[in-house]
Design a protein around this ligand. Sequence first.
Ligand code: ASP
Length: 340
Amino acid sequence: MELSRRGFVAQGAAIVSGAICNKPEAFSKPNIRKTVSRPLIISTWPFGEVANKKAMEVINSGGSSLDAVEKGINVTENDKENTSVGIGGLPNSEGVVQLDACIMHGPGHKAGSVMGIERIRNPISVARKIMEHTRHVQLVGKGAQEFALSQGFTKENILTEKSKRKWLKWKKNNQKKRPEGSIDNHDTIALLMLDEGGNLTGGCSTSGLAFKLPGRVGDSPIIGSGLYVDNEVGAAGATGVGENVLRHCCSFMIVEFMRQGLSPQDACIKAIKRAAKIDPLGMDLNIFFIAVDKKGRYGAAGTGKGFQYSVTTPKQSGILDSAALSDIDAGPVGGNEFNN
Ligand code: ASP
């Protein structure tokens, strides 16, 4: 299945905004990128690049890696034109924007997560507060909002006119269709960072699947599904149909494959193949991943073409095509254990 969304993704096109060139690669062979200079920041989609750059700025001005990941993702959350993250996110079927986010910090294996929060534009910042100021990992809905208010966040209308118009149009035309399964209505920022000290931190933020059922939670705020960080090994993050990422715990699986020695890209490929093999949807799962390991290698893969990710280091920044399973021969990657 091909991925087509938001105009900025031209299939197979090279988009280069820095010195990292977007070369088509021989994905049937193991692809191991060289270790790069740190901090290394990677994120989903071309819109992640400005978030990466903000994260780099935060580090350069003395901030911590947690500050960098949070403030980087805040850029995407605050972008009203982005209809899949933060303010401006597309609402649920009732016209209410419900946001999901999580954050993980390698040292101490810490995590915080917020789900279905309403009227608060920066869920990644709420997730960080949950991680740092409560004994819990996850808060949901009303309780999450009350906690955010107690921490100084302000309630505001986060449904923009643009998103409201899209919702009204959907209501008029498509109401009877199931919102799940549409690939045009969702994108997520997952941002992963390997800092100068070799520690890993990651975050993930989304408004989820557009026009979802009220209360629906996808993969993005679920530790191990939309995001996973293991400071000994690496980190992985997801975008795509959350239900399909969730059912296979994909980010955790990718980190485990890196632990077994696979490169980040091959770990992403192997996780997709494993999920597709047992899932009736097969290669129609519509799931996409980025990953980085402790050595500074990074990569990405998705079920179909068109997924791009942003990579930023102190020396360069750019947007790369991910590996697409539709371009790779059907054999297993890194062993044949799943064929037995
Ligand atoms: N994974 C997100 C969700 O299902 C949406 C996306 O990344 O496009 O909530």
